[in-house]
Write a protein that binds this ligand. Structure first.
Ligand SMILES: NC(=O)N[C@@H](CC(=O)O)C(=O)O
Length: 425
């Protein structure tokens, strides 16, 4: 195993120092380190962060390997500075059995680029009718702790209650896609001024807020852990704020795109901007950003949702919702938050690792800690070219935009997965 001596790096924004990475761990931290035989990386001007952790990634395997595979998505993740991703269950077949979650877990190990932690479905086939084999998935080699029907809401309150109760046995979490389906029938975009102008059926904010309000009460009633996926409205933030103040065990995520892009994008009719939940208003964005800073929203999660060309380059109404996220998330966070390294480390690495219970991840580089880390060049700016992305899909909403920050290197247990901004394998 090669040792790496990273010279002159700022660890989470602190004064420059050196890091010696050896035998899978951060062996030493300090100025003026030397190490015979180590590969020296000049990291002047770079910032070291604990490897990023994504709680919400769609890897599409099994079933839609034309859009993404565990390997291609893992490579995209590594290039984005991630060392661990949680893979959503809406594959085909659905990840609702021990067999499927073990398959995804094994594929992640074989790719070896990030740790892939499968998420299990809450209900059989995501159909919302009966609980999947939660216990068998928890006991499997994949050791599933997060369960989600993402893409669909667990709309039946009794089923949601049972799921929350069931996972308490192993300190599991239900990650809810909060969307009251009766309120979003036929919805194409956020319900508001723009949808009225365009004549498109709207997805009202209350469809999200009503489910979050119900679910925090259910989680409180049974004393279980709830995680809210892709929070998108100012009203949701207020519901979460009140629930947290009461001590409800709820955590929440926001996506990069919901921190940056508004529903005005729909006026282009370019389906790259179609996503679920939909892009909202500038006022929602302001509330989401404030909540990310004050901690009512715990983490940034990408909702990386690759889609094949034929599912995106078609009429708006027929396009699948979803956008790529892994390779641009850190740049969007930098753009939105500025160089607030401690906050970025907290929201994109430490807290998601803690929520998901991923051992060895989300830890700042320090002697003895597993060397899961990423090196960022904050001064670099890059133009996003969809054809250059490692993802098998091209549906990035940031095409040809110039974004701040570049991932220079990523290490997984001491082995580089990215060097010089390029994937190592
Ligand atoms: N976020 C998205 O717009 N799409 C997700 C699932 C979903 O609809 O949430 C996907 O799997 O494509």
């Amino acid at each position: 195993m090669t040792a790496y001596l990273v010279k002159g790096v700022s660890v989470v924004g602190a004064a420059p120092t050196d890091l010696l990475i050896r035998d899978g761990v951060v062996a030493e931290v300090g100025a003026g380190l030397t190490a015979a035989g180590a590969t020296v990386l000049d990291a002047t001007g770079l910032v070291a962060l604990p490897g990023l952790v994504d709680l919400h990634t769609h890897l599409r395997e099994p079933g839609r390997e034309d859009a993404e595979t565990v390997e291609s998505g893992s490579r995209a993740a590594a290039l984005g500075g991630y060392t661990a991703v949680c893979a959503m269950a809406n594959t085909s077949p659905v990840a609702d059995t021990a067999g499927v979650v073990e398959q995804v877990w094994r594929l992640g190990r074989e790719a070896g680029l990030v740790d892939v932690q499968p998420i299990g479905a809450v209900t059989v086939g995501l159909a919302g009718e009966r609980l999947a084999e939660l216990g068998a998935m928890a006991d499997s080699a994949a050791r599933v702790r997060i369960f989600s029907d993402d893409g669909h809401c667990v709309a039946d309150p009794k089923l949601m209650r049972r799921a929350l109760e069931y996972v308490k046995a192993f300190d599991g979490i239900i990650a809810q896609h909060a969307e009251e389906p009766r309120l979003t029938e036929g919805a194409q975009m956020h319900e508001g001024e723009v949808s009225t102008r365009l004549g498109l059926t709207g997805w009202p904010a209350v469809a999200e807020e009503a489910i979050i309000a119900r679910d925090v009460l259910l989680a409180e009633h049974v004393g279980s852990r709830l995680h809210v996926c892709h929070v998108s409205t100012a009203g949701s933030v207020e519901v979460l704020r009140q629930a947290k103040a009461r001590g409800v065990r709820v955590t929440a995520e926001v996506t990069p795109h919901h921190l940056l892009l508004t529903d005005e994008r729909a006026a282009t009719y370019d389906p790259v901007y179609k996503v679920n939940p939909p892009l909202r208003t500038a006022a929602d964005i302001a509330a989401l950003r404030a909540a990310l800073v004050d901690g009512v929203i715990d983490i940034v999660a990408t909702d990386h949702a690759p889609h094949a060309v034929e599912d995106k380059e078609c009429e708006w109404a027929y396009a699948r919702p979803g956008m790529l996220g892994l390779e641009t998330a850190l740049s969007i966070a930098l753009d939105v938050l500025g160089p607030e390294w401690d906050l970025i480390a907290e929201r994109m690495s430490r807290t998601p690792a803690r929520i998901a219970g991923l051992e060895g991840h989300g830890l700042d580089p320090a002697p003895g800690v597993p060397a899961n880390l990423t090196l960022v060049d904050p001064a670099a700016r890059r133009v996003i070219e969809p054809a250059e992305l490692a993802s098998r899909s091209r549906n990035t909403p940031y095409a040809r935009m110039t974004l701040p920050g570049r991932i220079v290197a990523t290490f997984l247990r001491g082995e580089p997965t990215v060097l010089d901004g390029k994937a190592v394998k």
